[in-house]
Design a protein around this ligand. Structure first.
Ligand code: CUA
Length: 173
């Protein structure tokens, strides 16, 4: 059998171990890829920059413009500011089975946002607008948690996400 590793390695036992470690590396890479696709995990794809020190002066992230807005196509956009130690506004309400796009900016340091039990998660890097689009199939109250260590109050950094049944939400059905 022609072994391509023969060119760099004479010892057959050593070649077996090299093949084994290569196989393991590909297996683990394949598993990561498989679960990323199977669980619908998407990496950040939206590269848009913002001056984190001047969020209050920006149009989109000014305090009065935060929260849930409905779009013409029936989807929703949720604009959030992550700042030590909370996500603002502190309570967000969206209906089930509706496309929701979160747009989040950090006012200070690196944060993460995560809704346990859903695929809603992203890092919130200062200087960038993080964008995640998802749908929530189940109604209920969820926590919006910070999952990047951001300071002494990190443990207490969370807000409330309320998902209501679509028909009860008063949105168009
Ligand atoms: Cu914000 Cu941890």
């Amino acid at each position: 059998m022609l072994d391509p590793l023969r060119a760099i390695c004479d010892d057959s036992l050593e070649r077996k171990w090299i093949w084994l470690s290569l196989a393991l590396a590909f297996l683990m890479g394949g598993l990561l890829g498989f679960y990323a696709i199977a669980n619908n995990i998407h990496p950040p794809s939206n590269v848009q920059t913002i001056d984190s020190t001047r969020l209050h002066l920006s149009e989109e992230f000014a305090e009065d413009n935060l929260g849930v807005k409905s779009n013409d196509d029936g989807s929703l956009t949720v604009t959030l500011v992550a700042a030590r130690y909370g996500f603002y506004p502190q309570r967000v309400e969206v209906p089930t089975d509706t496309r929701v796009t979160f747009r989040i900016a950090s006012a200070d340091v690196l944060h993460g946002i995560h809704v346990p039990g859903t695929n809603m998660t992203t890092m919130v890097v200062p200087g960038y607008i993080s964008e995640v689009t998802t749908k929530f199939p189940r109604a209920g109250e969820f926590s919006l948690l910070c999952n990047e260590y951001c300071g002494l109050g990190h443990d207490a950094m969370w807000s409330r996400l309320v998902v209501t049944e679509k028909s009860a939400g008063g949105e168009s059905s």
